[in-house]
Design a protein around this ligand. Sequence first.
Ligand SMILES: [Zn+2]
Length: 423
Amino acid sequence: MRLIIKNISNLVTCAGEGIKKGKEQRDAKIIENGYVIVNNDIIEELGSGEDFKKFIDKNTILIEGKGKTVTPGLVDPHTHVVYSGSRENELPLKLNKVSYIDILKAGGGILSTVENTRKTAEADLFNESKKRLDTMLLHGTTTIESKSGYGLNFKDEVKILQVNRMLGSRHPIDVVSTYLGAHAVPAEFKDDREGYINLMINKVIPYVAEKKLAEFIDCFLEEGVFNLDEAERILKMGRKCGLKLKVHADEIVSVKGAELSGKLKATSAEHLVAISEAGIREMAENNVIAVLLPSTSFYLMLNKFAPARKMIDENLAVALATDCNPGTSPTENLQNVMTYACFGMGLLPEEIINAVTINAAYAVGRGDKIGSIENGKKADLVIFNSKNLNYLIYHFGVNAVDKVIKNGKIAVENNQIKEEAYA
Ligand SMILES: [Zn+2]
């Protein structure tokens, strides 16, 4: 069964030699008047002009691409999408300049979401999270990474990771699961940090790895959360058990998180608003991907974004993510993040689209299968109501999706998810 998108005004392939570092990130390999041929769930062919015609038979679905921009399905490489409740009650505190860390110290922030998430049964947690994935898909996201970290004990962390697994198998979006038990120290271990770290190292991490409930392990390395030595111990245990590494690093204060990600040769370091010069060098030397979260900077009112321009100039590969979470970035919309990356960080449209497709795919360990439009890759595509890539970034604050193709099938059309997309 073939599906052909023809006469595409801007076919943004993000193709090339894999991950796009430094200057390479500026080239998204755009084809004008392009076509893409999808055969079942695989990209069979692409090009420009009329050559697609020879592939047409009586069963072919033809989609008009004139006036549209087509990109790879968007990949959101850093989310905390599985949680219960919301935290709009923190808004007045934020406006009174109470800091994130002070809200956390007072038992709010992450810990209030932990309380809600622990109380919520697995099936309800699945339903709440599924709605967020629906919103993501409607905005063009076809693969996400999803972190645990609102359970902070054995039972509830496992429950969240099981919800990740259920979402991955039942929802059209593909889900890459990350264990983030080291998201905060839970209230019951407030006076016994070492006890909580030992629980993770001796019990939770080996279990999660053995049951294949996660592919990655992450740690929130930040002043007032986990320190450098603790993070290193936790991440090393994860690696020993076969998990790949991510680090929440240098979000608010520089605590040498980027340096640690280089030392441990992590797949990615994430946030990095306060990254040091040495941290940038360490990451570049060790091929660590920078996953940046500009909507979080905006939402925390930091008046500061991660130095994305400098990172690219220093030959790093930059990816972008929503950080979808109830406290510091309650949004599922990666298109908004693209706007912040342009107007907040000064990235170019081509750098931005590579950051939410091919580089994001590498950040979740899927760069060989998704993230670009190339022969043999999985047919995850977005058709945007934008006459070119620049227009997609220029016309902001609206959902520009016309259609989403997931696994070779139309999953979103007319702002709705098709029932058969769940099959
Ligand atoms: Zn995060």
